[in-house]
Design a binder for this molecule. Structure first.
Ligand code: FPP
Length: 256
């Protein structure tokens, strides 16, 4: 396969799932992943950055299968941030094409596996093809009650919170409720994530250890897990290692 004239080689060892015997007692209900390192993955191989994103998209398929296998309730993936528009247009266009490419080949398997597609982020500025593909997938999977695959597209936590504040102010202004009613629960209900629980577990690949404007409010008590492995190489075994590490965490939520 050629991407922009560069040969694109698929990794041999990640095309099929190795059904390991791992049995996990405690599973995080909601796992959020910052899929970082596609560009570096490509650079290491002398390929253009978009080849890394293509491989990153293929890895989403593999990781969704693992999430389904272990019966996670929600998997939120950071696919495009409000800051990613700053990248060169060619890369932005490529990233914007990934949801429709992913869904055009993979939606039947997602439907078969009872996966429900959702999205968080500012939907309006997305290209119409991206919006159409997502809207169609959301509609076609709306009655599924297995894994929620929540794709963060044009997502930025600060923007999300500012929009929530604006709507709350408007509602207070028209006397929908008094200012005293504003509490954590009410605020959460103004966020994109109002229908899903907060992430129990946040994974970031590629060695960076920061949140990059991802689910800042929702991650208040999430357990964090970092790996130097680049996203396209984050495989089933490593995901299961992360899940197994989660099992050992003691979550106290500020209590004893
Ligand atoms: C960060 O790596 C990655 C992104 C900005 C894009 C992530 C998108 C995917 C993995 C595919 C999305 C798939 C679907 C189904 C929508 P980077 O480019 O910042 O890597 P670098 O830090 O090595 O440069």
């Amino acid at each position: 396969m050629l991407i922009n004239g560069f040969p694109f080689f698929k990794k041999k060892n990640q095309s099929t799932i190795n059904h390991s015997e791992l049995h996990l007692g405690v599973i995080p209900k909601h796992v959020a992943i910052i899929m970082d390192g596609n560009g570096r993955w490509a650079k290491k191989r002398g390929l253009p950055r978009i080849a890394g994103h293509k491989e990153g998209m293929d890895n989403v398929k593999r990781i969704v299968r693992v999430a389904t296998k272990h019966k996670l309730e929600v998997l939120t993936l950071y696919a495009f941030s409000t800051e990613n528009w700053k990248r060169p247009k060619k890369e932005v266009d490529f990233l914007m094409g990934l949801p429709s490419e992913f869904l055009s080949t993979y939606l039947p398997e997602l439907i078969e596996n009872n996966v429900r597609i959702q999205t968080i982020g500012d939907f309006e500025p997305l290209p119409s093809l991206t919006k159409q593909a997502m809207t169609n997938a959301i509609h076609k999977t709306k009655d599924n009650d297995g894994l929620i695959l929540n794709i963060a597209l044009n997502y930025g936590s600060r923007f999300e919170m500012l929009e929530a504040v604006k709507k709350i102010v408007e509602d207070v202004k028209v006397d929908q409720y008094p200012i005293e009613n504003i509490n954590e629960e009410l605020f959460s209900n103004y966020l994109y994530t109002k229908h899903i629980s907060d992430p129990d577990f946040l994974i970031r690949t590629s060695g960076e250890q920061r949140l990059s404007n991802f689910l800042l409010w929702q991650c208040a008590y999430s357990e964090f897990w970092f790996t130097d492995v680049l996203w396209p190489d984050f495989d089933e075994k490593l995901f299961e290692q992360a899940l197994s590490d989660y099992e050992k965490r003691k979550r106290r939520f500020g209590g004893l």
